[in-house]
Design a protein around this ligand. Structure first.
Ligand code: SAM
Ligand code: SF4
Length: 319
């Protein structure tokens, strides 16, 4: 499926829920989301499967489940397994905060989930509890150990760079890549949703990583649609990725669209424009035709640099 700029759209990111078992400072308000979506407002698991099938029929081959925290949604792992069995799906992946990973790791592997990204902003127990407002680092570390034991490789850690909070841990995170099964990707803070002001005050550019670890050597980009630029320590097997959603644009190679838990199709993370696929399903409309038409309206690029901030929070978009 091509958009009107000739980009092959083959990657769908599905947010299974806007709920989460953590309250990261840059993502969620302290008391959780204000306007909780009703049960009926969310796509049911059957509807999620139906929409995903339509996307796959149109050429989506890579699917990532995210959220909110995808593993808090009852039935999530079964859905991942079913989606993985659809003809045409090459890859099913998951982004999780890792809190429930130890519990679900075996089921996820059995369901055929190919790769797991785990979000981890600090390796310090107290700081972890602070930034996530109450999370327990040991549960995440147990989850990482478990998926490693199960042979999943590479395990990608997503670390959001937060000025004055974890810039002193950059070297420690990079050191983790000496373990062959771990890649670390540093992500710049984005001014999104209710936590936009937090992001603006704590933003530090990814170039900080290269300043702190001059031994990082650039390596070839394996996947041109990946938002990350990759580096490696000379004698390490794992990679270090830098994702610069603000200081660098990767729109020209964009191959992705997003589906929110409420059934809204988002053609770009940095745009508030949404297409309501839930209404199409419930009114018995033509899903595939609607998706095809929508894809043709995907913008050529985002203009985040001119924008104050995106209204929806990351947890509801599906990060
Ligand atoms: N709950 C899961 C997790 O934390 O991995 C999946 C959803 S979370 C929204 C996905 C990713 O978005 C996480 O790596 C998180 O750190 C990142 N994220 C959330 N808000 C962000 C922001 N304002 N700027 C940059 N990354 C953000
Ligand atoms: Fe939850 Fe992930 Fe947002 Fe943290 S970043 S509050 S874990 S959705």
């Amino acid at each position: 499926m091509k958009d009107s700029f000739g980009r092959e759209i083959n990657y769908l990111r599905i947010s299974l829920t806007d709920r989460c078992n953590l309250r990261c400072e840059y993502c969620m308000p302290k008391d959780g989301i204000k306007n909780k979506v009703t049960h009926d407002g969310m796509l049911s698991l059957e509807e999620l499967y139906q929409v995903t099938e339509a996307f796959v029929n149109l050429g989506i081959s890579k699917i990532r489940f995210t959220g909110g925290e995808p593993l808090v949604r009852y039935g999530a792992v079964d859905l991942m397994g079913k989606v993985g069995e659809l003809d045409g799906v090459r890859e099913v992946t998951l982004t999780t905060n890792g809190i429930l990973l130890d519990q679900y790791a075996e089921e996820l592997v059995k369901a055929g989930v190919n790769r797991i990204n785990i979000s981890l902003d600090t390796l310090d127990e107290e700081k972890y509890s602070l930034i996530t407002r109450g999370g327990n680092l040991h549960r995440v570390l147990a989850g990482i150990r478990r998926v490693k034991e199960l042979g999943m490789k590479p395990i990608k850690l997503n670390t959001v760079l937060i000025g004055g909070f974890n810039d002193d841990e950059i070297c420690d995170f990079v050191e983790l890549t000496r373990d062959g099964s771990i890649d670390v990707r540093f992500i710049e803070l984005m001014p999104i949703g209710e936590a936009a002001s937090f992001a603006k005050s704590k933003f530090i550019p990814n170039s900080t990583v290269l300043e702190k670890v001059p031994g990082l050597v650039p390596i070839d980009r394996e996947d041109p649609s990946s938002p990350a630029t990759y580096y490696r320590l000379k004698d390490a097997e794992g990679k270090v990725g830098l994702i610069n959603p603000i200081s660098c644009k990767f729109c020209a190679n964009c191959n992705r669209v997003r589906l929110t838990a409420t059934g809204k199709l988002k053609l770009c993370l940095h745009s508030d424009r949404e297409i309501d696929l839930r209404r199409i399903i419930r009114e018995g409309g033509d899903l595939e035709q609607t998706i095809e038409n929508a894809i043709l309206t995907k913008d050529e690029e985002h203009h985040l640099e001119n924008q104050e901030y995106i209204k929806r929070s990351m947890n509801s978009i599906g990060g």
